[in-house]
Design a protein around this ligand. Structure first.
Ligand code: GLP
Length: 251
C-alpha cells in the first residue's frame, strides 16, 4: 500500500479528488465506486471545484455507491442517495442513468444485492474505488466480526457506526437504522485501483490496524493489504499510529 500523509484535511481531500480526476482523464468512461460520510464531503467539494474548472469530466463515467441504509422511505433525505445528490451529483455532468445505488427500501434485499452485483459486472467492474474508513476499521458497511461476506449483502451495523452516523438523524441514536446494504469485501478487492482517505485522530487506530502486519475480520480494512494497488491518503492526526518505518510515507 502506498501511503501519503498531508498536513491538512484540505490537502488530503485535494489529493483524493485529484486521483479521481486523473482516473477520469485516463479513461473517460471509468466506473467509480463511491463512499458517503463526513470525510467524503471534503473530497466531493473539491471534485465539484475540479469539475467547474474543467479538470474532471464525468460525462461518460458510471458511479456505484458502496452502501445504503435499510428501511428508509424512498423520499427520506437521510438516505445516502440524497446525500450524494446534494453534495456531488447535482453539481457535475454525470448522466442520471449512470448513477447506481443499492435500494435499501426494497422488500427483497437478496435480489437487490444480486441486481447491484450484476449491474456492476455489466459495466466491467470498478476501475477506481474511493473509500472512507470507519473508526472501527469498517469499509463500506463491512463491520468487524467473526466473518466477512465477499459479495454485496445486508449487514447489521455496529453500535459505534450507528453513533457515528447519528448526526444524519438529528443526533437521535434510536432512529439510526440498524441495518444497511453494502458492497462486500471481495467485490471491493476486485476494483482495479483503490484510494482510501482517512482524516482526524478518531481514525488513527483504524489506520494503524491496516499496517500492523495482520489481516483480520476484526479489522475489515486490513484486507486491503491483499490488493496490489491501494493508495492511502491521510492527514497528520490520522497518521499518528502508523508504524515508524517500512512504508512509503511522504509528509
Ligand atoms: C460510514 C460509511 C462509510 C464511510 C465511513 C466513514 O458509516 N458507511 O462508507 O466511509 O463510515 O465515515 P466518516 O467519513 O463520516 O467518518
Amino acid at each position: 500500500m502506498h501511503v501519503r500523509v498531508f498536513r491538512t484535511v484540505d490537502e488530503a481531500a485535494h489529493a483524493a479528488a485529484s486521483a479521481v480526476a486523473a482516473q477520469l482523464a485516463r479513461t473517460r468512461d471509468s466506473v467509480l465506486g463511491l463512499p458517503t460520510g463526513r470525510t467524503s464531503l471534503d473530497v466531493y467539494e473539491e471534485l465539484v471545484r475540479l469539475h467547474d474548472t474543467g479538470e474532471a469530466d464525468f460525462s461518460l463515467a458510471h458511479t456505484f455507491n458502496i452502501d445504503e441504509f435499510v428501511g428508509l422511505a424512498s423520499n427520506d433525505e437521510r438516505r445516502y442517495c440524497a446525500f450524494m445528490q446534494q453534495h456531488l451529483f447535482s453539481h457535475i455532468n454525470l448522466p442520471a442513468r449512470h448513477v447506481h445505488f443499492l435500494d435499501g427500501g426494497t422488500a427483497d434485499h437478496e435480489q437487490e444485492c444480486a441486481r447491484f452485483e450484476r449491474d456492476l459486472a455489466s459495466v466491467g467492474g470498478l476501475d477506481l474505488l474511493l473509500l472512507g474508513l470507519g473508526g472501527n476499521a469498517h469499509i463500506g458497511f463491512n463491520e468487524p466480526g467473526r466473518s466477512l461476506q465477499p459479495r454485496t449483502h445486508r449487514a447489521r451495523l455496529a453500535l459505534e457506526t450507528r453513533r457515528a452516523n447519528a448526526g444524519l438523524f438529528e443526533g437521535r441514536l434510536n432512529t439510526v437504522p440498524r441495518e444497511a446494504l453494502t458492497m462486500g469485501i471481495g467485490t471491493m478487492l476486485e476494483a482495479r485501483a483503490i484510494v482510501l482517505i482517512a482524516t482526524g485522530r478518531s481514525k488513527a487506530r483504524a489506520v494503524g490496524s491496516m499496517f500492523n502486519g495482520r489481516i483480520s475480520t476484526g479489522q475489515p480494512a486490513s484486507f486491503l493489504q491483499l490488493h496490489p494497488s491501494v493508495e492511502v491518503i491521510l492527514d497528520l492526526p490520522a497518521a499518528e499510529q502508523l508504524p515508524e518505518s517500512g512504508f512509503d510515507a511522504k509528509p
